[in-house]
Each structure stands twice: as C-alpha cells, then as structure tokens.
Write a protein that binds this ligand. Structure first.
Ligand code: B12
Length: 287
C-alpha cells in the first residue's frame, strides 16, 4: 500500500503524525480498478459485504439474487448484494439498468396475484432506495467546481427509484447532483436549474397522463435553459412509449448507461454538450 500510495496509484494524504490516509472512496476505486478481492470488508466499514450469506448468491444471477432478497425483505442482504456488485466492478449505471431494474420488474408482477404483493413491492422500493443511497456514499465527493446535474420526476409521477438512480449515476460521473425526487412540478425544476446554474437536467417519466402537454412543457423548459448551455435529458418507462421522439432541445434516452455517458461528457470538459444515441428501444413498457 505504501509503494502504491507513493507511486500515486492510490491517492493518500498524510496525517499530522506522517501516516498515509486513504479515503474510503479512493480505496474502493482502487480495489475496483485492480479487480482485487476484499477478504476483510469489515475493515473498510463494509460490514454488510462481510455478512453476506453464501446462499444469497450461489447459483443465481445478480438480478435473481437481488429479487430473492427483496422478496424476503432482507434489507441488509440487499444492501450487501448491491455493494458487492459495485465493489466487484459493476458501475452504478450497470447495477440500475441490470439487477435493480430486473428485480423490480419481477416485483411488479406480484400485486397481480395477491394483495400482499403490494406490501412486498413497497418494501422493496424502500430497500432499493437504501442500497442506492449507500452507493452514493461510496463515491468520492465531487469537485467544488464540478457541473451541476439536477432533476426529478414530474408533478404527477410518484416513482422514486428512477430519479434516485439518475442522481447516483450523476454522482458517479463526478457531477454535483441535486435530486428533487418525485412529484416535482417542471417549473420548480426549471427555477432550481437556473438557481444552481445546472449543466444537466434529468427528468424521469414513468407515467404521463397528458403526454402532449408534457412534451410542450419540456420543450419550453429546454428553450429557457439554452442560454446557460444546460442540456435536458428525459428517460423512463413511459418516455419512449408516450412522448414524441423529437421534442425540440430535449434528448431522449433509455438507460442509465446512456445518462452516464452523457454526464461523463460534461465532466470531460469538452465544452460541447455530448450527444446521446438514438436509443428509444429501451422502453420497458411491456414489463
Ligand atoms: C415500485 C412500483 C410502483 C410504486 C412506486 C413507489 C415509489 N414511490 O417509487 C407505486 C406504488 C407508486 C406504483 C404505483 C402504480 N403502479 Co407501479 N410499479 C412499480 C414497479 C414495481 C417498479 C418501478 C421501479 O421503481 N423500477 C425501478 C427503476 C430503476 O426502473 P425503471 O423505472 O424501469 O427505470 C429504468 C429505465 O426506464 C431508465 N430510466 C428511468 N428514468 C430515466 C431517466 C433518464 C433521464 C434516463 C436516461 C433513463 C431513465 O433507467 C432505469 C434503469 O434501467 C413497476 C414494475 C416495472 N415493470 O417497472 C410497476 C409498474 C410500473 N406499475 C404499474 C401499475 C399498474 C401501477 C399503478 C397503476 C397501480 C395501481 N393500481 O394503483 C400505480 C400507478 C401510479 C401512477 N400514478 O402512475 C404497472 C404499469 C403497467 C403499464 N403497462 O402501464 C407496472 C409495470 C407493474 C405491472 N407489471 O403491472 N408502482
């Protein structure tokens, strides 16, 4: 560790006594970078990795394992699973697009069979919120001058996880994220984006009762934010399904991976808003 720190492969500061101090986020970045196996996760404060029962993962895909733990309501195992995916090298975007989405799609089938499924689904949402927030805490603090990314879900949209996923992805990309969460009127988002000089506004759309009006409001928002060179990007299960593909000034995307690429383009400092691929295929409407 000393050699790696002295060679600059691991960023360390010195304590008053001259010892090397490595922030947790930096240690985790390095572990992911070299693909190391953590034998004593508890030393890093990752207790939930240490206590992860082998049965939680054996013979299951990441999505199946997460679903099983969510269904039985084992929050510690769920958080541990998500941590292990991240420490094992998956990006926040991959975790959200993959296991989290997959598990929640299956969760959404439960209520069709019995009312108890509604309780299980609501509990699963809360547990995923805990797990994603924990991932946010494992990220290094963004630079003070990093671009601001801000967003939420529109007024009538109660879905919490998609916007939280956007925030976690923005943090991972090195942006300063401001998650306004569900049920946020677009004008509130617009004013906040102006106030914080945001460079990126994400809007997740899981439900849209008046898609035409929403598309119009989004176009107006993008227009109002153009002078500050702020990009508006929309996505979510209903974005591809109900909204027109070509809302002026608005980028439509399907996945967290694409949002991540877009956000990284901003931190790369190209000065040009990055482009988003024409991925409208990922509307998960049938799920
Ligand atoms: C949890 C949940 C709820 C919870 C949400 C709790 C909360 N506060 O967050 C509550 C209880 C509110 C709820 C309510 C309802 N729900 Co619901 N819900 C779900 C469920 C199980 C999971 C949604 C979720 O959080 N997914 C996790 C996120 C991370 O995944 P995602 O939304 O797919 O997002 C991904 C992409 O779209 C993309 N993305 C998302 N946003 C953005 C943004 C940007 C910028 C980008 C680039 C990408 C992007 O990235 C994400 C990761 O890949 C889904 C199941 C499903 N198949 O989606 C049903 C589901 C969506 N619900 C459904 C239904 C029917 C309802 C209700 C009508 C039930 C009722 N009778 O009341 C209500 C309607 C509420 C409303 N006003 O619209 C149906 C919809 C059916 C349909 N075809 O329209 C589903 C599909 C369940 C099912 N199979 O029947 N629901």
């Amino acid at each position: 560790m000393k050699r790696w720190a002295d060679e600059g492969l691991v960023q360390a500061t010195r304590t008053v006594g001259g010892h090397r101090r490595i922030p947790l986020s930096e240690a985790i970045r390095f572990i992911r970078h070299i693909g190391a196996t953590i034998t004593h996760p508890d030393i890093l404060g990752l207790q939930e990795l240490a206590t992860l029962p082998a049965a939680a993962t054996s013979g299951k895909s990441a999505g199946e394992a997460l679903y099983a733990a969510l269904e039985s309501g084992d929050a510690a195992v769920c958080r541990g699973l998500v941590q292990s995916m991240y420490v094992g090298g998956m990006s926040v975007a991959q975790i959200c697009d993959g296991p989290v989405r997959e598990a929640m799609v299956r969760m959404g089938e439960l209520w069709l069979h019995q009312e108890w499924g509604i309780a299980v689904e609501h509990r699963a949402t809360d547990i995923c919120i805990q797990a994603l927030n924990q991932l946010r805490f494992l990220q290094p603090a963004p630079r003070d001058d990093a671009p601001v990314a801000l967003g939420g879900a529109a007024e009538e949209d109660p879905y919490m996880l998609p916007s939280l996923a956007c925030a976690a992805v923005a943090t991972e990309a090195g942006l300063r994220d401001i998650n306004l969460g569900p049920r946020t009127p677009l004008r509130v988002m617009l004013n906040a984006a102006k106030h914080y000089h945001a460079s990126l506004v994400w809007i997740t759309i899981s439900t849209a009762s008046e898609p035409r009006k929403l598309a119009e409001d989004l176009a107006n928002m993008a227009n109002a934010l153009q002078p500050q060179r702020c990009s508006v990007i929309i996505g979510g299960r209903s974005a591809g399904q109900f909204l027109p593909a070509d809302i002026p000034g608005v980028h439509t995307s399907g996945t967290m991976a694409q949002l991540s690429a877009f956000a990284r383009g901003l931190t790369a400092g190209s000065g040009q808003p990055p482009t988003v691929g024409p991925d409208r295929a990922n509307d998960h409407s049938g799920s």
